[in-house]
Design a binder for this molecule. Structure first.
Ligand SMILES: [Mg+2]
Length: 368
């Protein structure tokens, strides 16, 4: 089988105002990703996805400040104000993201050519369905309980994740939102909090101390991916399990986290970290260091399906992220639907990644 073409398209999908959410990344008005199509002789094709952040700056005098703006956009306001980095998702390795897009498409192509799902090529699925957690939770202290309970009702989720961090102002305000959430959910629904890497080590430690009785299932990215020893310090200071990984690239970043004992759960985003091939290696790191694996699945359908295949086939895989924000690249890019029933997602039996990309959708939202 020979490759005859590789085509990458920046897909930009506007989100209607009423479905937009606000976090430390600002108001999310569009969903952007790069969709990769690899065609082989005979006409068979595979689909992949690559992600990268973009930054821009307008005036040219204060060079050091401008560097901070470029590195931290769209969170440059917080970064300049607080004096520590809140970098963009693509802070490193554009080439690794590009490799990821090609790699995911090649696995899809290989699966289709053999009539086998990708998870089978990775050693088989460990179950026909896996538990999923609802990922969202931006509401304020007064409404967070209602918002998270809405997720539980929607898909029977037994686990929900809320956002915390710099968007709340101070750690005690995030802690108050977590307490309100736990009170509304009761003791039996798992609750996670995601700080998007926005706190200092001291702030993260203070937060952990304040929520120690809230039974958090994990605290995600308490500090920036640029401070892995700081992350280890946060983990050592508290009993709250720590997760991280959506801003990390390749197995080498994850090995460093594991060696530092900086996290309990590794969360590679396959469209960032290097694709399925690298995801398998990261899964091996997780397993060797007695850690768990929960791929970051806030993405379009190709990277979502790739992450599901990885989690389903790895010893350390245990739970799937399911975005409750507006996500047209997950729900409209492909003809298939990923539904959650009783808090579980089916591991699809279809060849390759099990997705059929709507090429009209790609053309309609293509940016050049
Ligand atoms: Mg996250």
């Amino acid at each position: 089988m020979k490759i005859t073409s590789v085509q990458a398209t920046w897909v930009h999908v506007p989100i209607p105002f009423e479905r937009q959410h606000v976090s430390d990344f600002g108001r999310i008005a569009s969903f952007d990703s790069v969709v990769v199509k690899i065609t082989a002789d005979g006409g068979l094709h595979g689909w992949g996805e690559a992600k990268a952040g973009v930054g821009s700056a307008a005036s040219a005098h204060d060079i050091s400040r401008l560097w901070d703006v470029m590195y931290n956009t769209p969170r440059e306001g917080y970064a300049v104000d607080r004096g520590h980095v809140l970098p963009q998702l693509g802070r490193r390795g554009l080439s690794i993201s590009a490799i990821a897009g090609v790699d995911i498409a090649l696995w899809d192509l290989l699966g289709k050519s053999l009539g086998a799902p990708v998870w089978r090529l990775l050693g088989g699925r460990r179950a026909e369905r896996m538990p999923a957690y609802a990922s969202g939770g931006w509401a304020d202290e007064a409404r967070i309980g209602e918002q998270l309970l809405g997720y539980v009702e929607k898909g029977g989720f037994r686990a929900v994740k809320m956002r915390v961090g710099v968007m709340d102002g101070e750690p005690h305000k995030s802690a108050a939102r977590v307490r309100a959430a736990r009170k509304a959910l009761g003791p039996d629904v798992k609750l996670m909090a995601d700080a998007h890497g926005t706190w200092t080590v001291a702030e993260a430690k203070a937060f952990c101390r304040m929520v120690e009785d809230c039974d958090l299932y994990w605290l995600e990215e308490p500090v920036t991916a640029d401070d892995k020893t700081g992350l280890a310090e946060v983990r050592r200071a508290s009993a709250v399990p720590i997760s991280t990984g959506e801003s990390e690239f390749t197995r080498h970043d994850f090995r460093e986290i594991a060696e530092l004992r900086a996290a309990d759960i590794l969360q590679p985003d396959l469209a960032i970290a290097g694709g399925i091939t690298e995801g398998v290696r990261i899964g091996a790191v997780a397993s060797a260091y007695n850690l768990r694996l929960a791929p970051h699945l806030w993405s379009g359908a190709p990277a979502f399906a790739a992450g599901v295949a990885l989690a389903a086939s790895q010893s350390a895989g245990f739970i799937l992220e399911y975005s409750l924000g507006a996500n047209p690249m997950l729900h409209e890019l492909v003809h298939e639907t990923f539904t959650v029933v009783d808090g579980q997602i089916e591991i699809p039996d279809r060849p390759g990644l099990g997705i059929t990309v709507d090429e009209d959708f790609v053309r309609r939202h293509a940016r050049r």
